[in-house]
Design a binder for this molecule. Sequence first.
Ligand code: E4P
Length: 267
Amino acid sequence: MKIFIDTAKISEIREAISWGIVDGVTTNPSLIRKAVEEEKKDMSLEDYIAELLKVAGPDRPVSLEVMGLKSEDMIREAEILYDKFNGIAGNVVIKIPINTYAGHYEGLKTIKRLSEEGIPVNCTLIMTPEQALLAAKAGARYVSPFAGRIDDYLRETKLGLKRGQDFQKGDYYPWDGKGVDDNGIRSGADLVEKTVMILENYDYETEVIASSIRNARQVREVAMIGVHIATIPFHVLQSMLLHPKTEEGVKKFSEDAEKAGYREIFS
Ligand code: E4P
């Protein structure tokens, strides 16, 4: 499974790359906003994005999202982003929402046009496998099913729970659900599984990015499913490394190494 880091913070991208585990980066306007507030300092936003693309480097695709809602606006913005930034490291992917508002089909039209122009698209805000199928058919390079937001949706609309009160953003929600579903989708991991299954049935080259990942156990589940890519926030990557018995083991081994006289070998 490829791992993308789901952040726009350059410090986090740099650190995770140094661990040798990063294959790409995804950003969205909310992540850019957070990064800008914390890390941009006196740089312009353009310079900040240019630096982020350089740090990611030529072999790691970086998704940048448009802000328009109409196809003509999204196409224009995508072309501007691609022309302005792809020359830096050749790694720009444009994020296009599958749909912007009901009754209009701006996302698909945009994906079709950009893929014809050779601009790679990550189709975002995928909440059903059917949306992913259409995005792949229209030419998306990646589709991003939002696992965590589907878990939120099931808890909020089907179980009547409130985020921040009855459950927290990072709380685990079981793969097989809690007896409720959204038109047959039992959880975020279930959405990812069905999306992968459908695209693999028809040998699409489109890769599935498990997105809106909120905790380590969700990463385990999407990896068991065999998803091509998971995009993971930095704090979830950190949590994937933790176990009390690992810490306890390291402490004991260090103490015994000291007692056994290891230090002499290294001095
Ligand atoms: C990444 O592509 C998505 O924008 C991101 O994973 C959304 O995560 P969130 O639902 O936790 O905001």
